[in-house]
Every structure is written in C-alpha cells, then in structure tokens.
Ligand binder design. Sequence first.
Ligand code: NAP
Length: 289
Amino acid sequence: MTNVIDGKAVAAALRLRVAERAAAFAARAGRPPGLDVVLVGEDPASQVYVRNKGRACEEAGMRSAIHRLPADTTQDALSALLDRLMADEAVDGVLVQLPLPAHLDERAVLARIEPSKDVDGFHPANVGALWLGREALVPCTPWGCVRLLDHAGVKLEGARAVIVGRSNIVGKPMAALLIQRSATVTVAHSRTRDLAELCAEADVLIAAVGRAKLVGADWVKPGAAVIDVGINRDAEGKLVGDVDFAAVAPKAGAITPVPGGVGPMTIACLLENTVRAAWRRAGYGALDL
Ligand code: NAP
C-alpha cells in the first residue's frame, strides 16, 4: 500500500543525518556527543527501552552510559546522581526512564535536569519555550510524528487536526507543535463527547490513547492522515496500535503502522535531541537536520 508511512525508513534516514552531525561535533569538540540514561528499578519494558536507546546512540557514533539504580533508591541518591551528571561537561543529554517507582517524586526529578541537557523535553522551561514558540528541546514522540507527516507531504497549514490523548509526553506537546504549524487543533480525551464524529472531521488524526484498535474506519475522514502512537497488545498478544489498521488503511490518505511507524522515530528523535543539545551547549550555532 503506497499510503503507509514507513517509520523505520524515515527513522533510518534521520539516524544517518544525526551520525554525520555527531561525527562533525566530535571532530570539532574532541569528544563525541554523550547521552546518559538513568534507570531506577527493574521494569522489563523499561530495561528494553533503555538498552535500545544506548545501542542506537553507539550506532550513531555517540557516547552513551546507562546508570542502573535499585528500585528502593532514595530521592536524595537519585538527586545526587543527577547533580553529578549536570556538572559533567561531557554529558550533553540526560534522560530518566519513566515510570519511576511510586515513592519517588517524578516532578522533582524532571525539574532537576537542566533544560539544556533535557533531551526528553519534559522540563517546565522546555515545555514553556515550546508553547511560546521559542527554541526548545521538544518531546521525542510528538516531534517524530511531525517529521512523519512532513515526510508524507501532509499539508498542516489550515488543516483540521484532532489529537486523541492529552498526556504531557504526547498529546499536549503534539498540540503545541501542530498549532505552531498553523493547523487548527482539537485535543480530545476520555471525557470528550461524540469522539467518533469529532475524529471523522479531522484532516490529520493523531491517536495517543493506549486502547487497542479504538479508532475504526467510521472515525476517519476519507483521505485523512492518521498517525498511530499507541502501543498495545491484542487478545493474541500481538503488538497493535490504537487504530484498527486493516479497516482504516484503505480509507486513509496516509497512515502509520504499528509496529514500524511512530516507535522507530521516537528513538531517532532522541538521538537528534542529543546532538542538538551538544551543538547548542558548545555554541556552534544553528544545526540543520
Ligand atoms: P497516557 O498518559 O495514559 O494518556 C492517555 C490519554 O488517552 C489520556 O489523555 C486519556 O484521557 C486518553 N484516553 C484514555 N481512554 C480514552 C478513550 N476511551 N477515549 C478517548 N481518550 C481516552 O498515555 P501516553 O503516555 O500519552 O501514551 C499513549 C499511548 O502511546 C500508549 O499506548 C503508549 O504506550 C504509547 N506511546 C508510544 C510511544 C512511541 O514511541 N511509539 C511513546 C509514548 C507513548 P484522560 O486524560 O481523560 O484520562
């Protein structure tokens, strides 16, 4: 199907460009860009994510380090590690893998990461800068969605966009990015009335919910661009998105699959943010990527 957006291919191309910029940075700075990832506890999904991020960094010629802390780590011990990473000049990006164990204060942890090293884009200063339309480190998943829409040639200016999901990591920053691109944006959530009808008016539909196959063909306007952020397991344990791909793909103008859509872009955009952070901290000026 020609309308399927190949996230793997778009991500691979971005990773190549990032690797070129990482090499240019290393030649100038005398060291590669570096990402430090902090993992607290032993959540199996988080372990996989963290390992993949580290591997992707190394493939792009960047330094990566994973700091594994036990599940009963105290707030003070985590803060001390973050303070050490903030003071280390060779650390360009720091990411704390979420979710954290319940006894830790996530908000305080995220606020402890300096905005210039905040490659997840979750610090209030980066969130504010994004909404003000200023230079910011932007959350990787929504940024990857914009890159996929651009790759597919979807016109955002003047488009009606509906985002289903209002989380701080996907839905809200997605809204900020699409407003910046002059789309007319509606953000829907669990309390939205007439959700199917609302979605069926969208030229661009972003599903970021976490409910397998929530979005069916009757939710989608013919020719719409559909971006599926969701990661779920269906009854057979197969990885599926929030969109019923088989039903929606024939109707959509462009659609991302799960797996192989948004997921690979999230990691590629994390690498992009790390090189951007390194470039900016070194004062090397604008970075074209
Ligand atoms: P989240 O924090 O749980 O937020 C889910 C959002 O969906 C909430 O705003 C919730 O509304 C809304 N919602 C829940 N049920 C709904 C329903 N029946 N109808 C309409 N809205 C509903 O999740 P998240 O972190 O944003 O992640 C969303 C999905 O994306 C998950 O499947 C996650 O695994 C996936 N994800 C993928 C990537 C990637 O790289 N591909 C990255 C991040 C997340 P309320 O606010 O009213 O509760």
